[in-house]
Design a protein around this ligand. Structure first.
Ligand SMILES: [Ca+2]
Length: 326
């Protein structure tokens, strides 16, 4: 991207930075493990594990202590109310796990902040991540088949930049952006273990159709290289597959990793509203583009899935992403 262009729209919401770091975060949990009794008509169901986790709004990430395995069916139901700003602040508003319903822009002095929210869905909503993969909106109800294995973390979708627009790490975000937060969500998480053989058997059947070649140079280990200078969309294939992304890109003086970037994409970006420099995907020519992050499961059916670097000017980029297709 080029810096001379205006990056942000005119809307702005001020955030108060006052407040002390929360003195303590109470995470209450209980564990209930049950083995479903087999019915008289089918084989025994896989084990179901359910836990309840309190997500304090002042905590940048709450460790659910739940280990998820790839292929597990994860269902999350959430209640509660949080407020991501101090009383009297322009953003002082109590919301459900669905959050505000949109992302407001944030003002840093006279300029819009170079901020990133961890998902582009809704400020204040309940979000999750598996290990350090891309964060996703959970809201009141969420169901997924886990694309990767790892620990489940929960949080609220508050800004991750300081008042001068600098992207913050988790501990600085806790001190600067999350310390004025109030309230908590309660999430009930149910894990149904995957029936691996059955699930993967289905996947391989779905993948057996005609295949579209990946439009990127292939490496010796079978991965592909998405160079920062590669402009526009490259085909990834069709059917059901998972893409994992490693590496980082310098997109004109700023560093982006698969799920982190200091600058939100403007109207000139390939995908406006998604941060510059991150990998983006879409299904079919006219599909709605989305951020891929570190990992994304594509279910494109007969349509062609595409990948790209989100940028407006590619010639000054450096570095590349390594793409694993599984
Ligand atoms: Ca806040």
């Amino acid at each position: 991207m080029r810096l001379s262009k205006s990056i942000f729209g005119p809307l702005a919401v001020g955030f108060a930075l006052l407040g002390l770091v929360g003195l303590g975060v109470l995470v209450l949990g209980f564990v209930r493990r049950q083995h479903t009794v087999s019915s008289n008509t089918s084989s025994p169901s896989p084990a179901v594990e359910a836990r309840s986790t309190t997500v304090d709004a002042r905590q940048v990430w709450t460790d659910s202590t739940i280990q998820i395995n790839k292929g597990d069916v994860v269902t999350i139901d959430a209640t509660g109310q949080v407020n991501v700003a101090a009383p009297g602040d322009g953003a002082d508003k109590w919301v459900s796990p669905e959050g505000w319903g949109y992302i407001p822009l944030m003002q840093c002095g006279t300029q819009p902040c170079r901020y990133v929210y961890r998902t582009p869905d809704s400020m204040g909503c309940l979000i999750g991540k598996i290990d350090d993969a891309k964060a996703f909106k959970i809201g009141r109800h969420y169901e997924m088949t886990a694309p990767i294995s790892g620990r489940l973390f929960l949080s609220v979708n508050d800004a991750m930049s300081s008042r001068d627009g600098t992207l913050l790490d988790d501990s600085r975000a806790a001190a600067l952006m999350f310390s004025d937060n109030r309230g908590s969500f309660n999430a009930v998480i149910r894990i149904q273990e995957s029936r691996k053989s059955a699930a993967y058997g289905e996947n391989s059947k779905r993948n057996s159709g005609p295949s579209i070649a990946v439009g990127l140079p292939q490496n010796a280990d079978g991965s592909y290289t998405l160079s920062g200078t590669r402009e526009g969309w490259a085909p990834l294939g069709q059917g059901t597959f998972t893409i994992e992304v490693k590496g980082s890109i310098d997109f004109g003086g700023f560093l982006a990793s698969p799920d982190r970037s200091p600058i939100m994409g403007n109207q000139e970006a390939l995908v406006p509203g998604v941060p510059f420099g991150v990998p983006v995907g879409k299904i079919s020519d006219h599909g709605k583009p989305f951020m891929i992050g570190y990992s994304h499961q594509f279910q494109s059916g007969d349509q062609i899935a595409y990948i790209a670097v989100n940028d407006s000017y590619y010639a000054d980029n450096k570095g590349s992403y390594i793409i694993y297709k599984r």
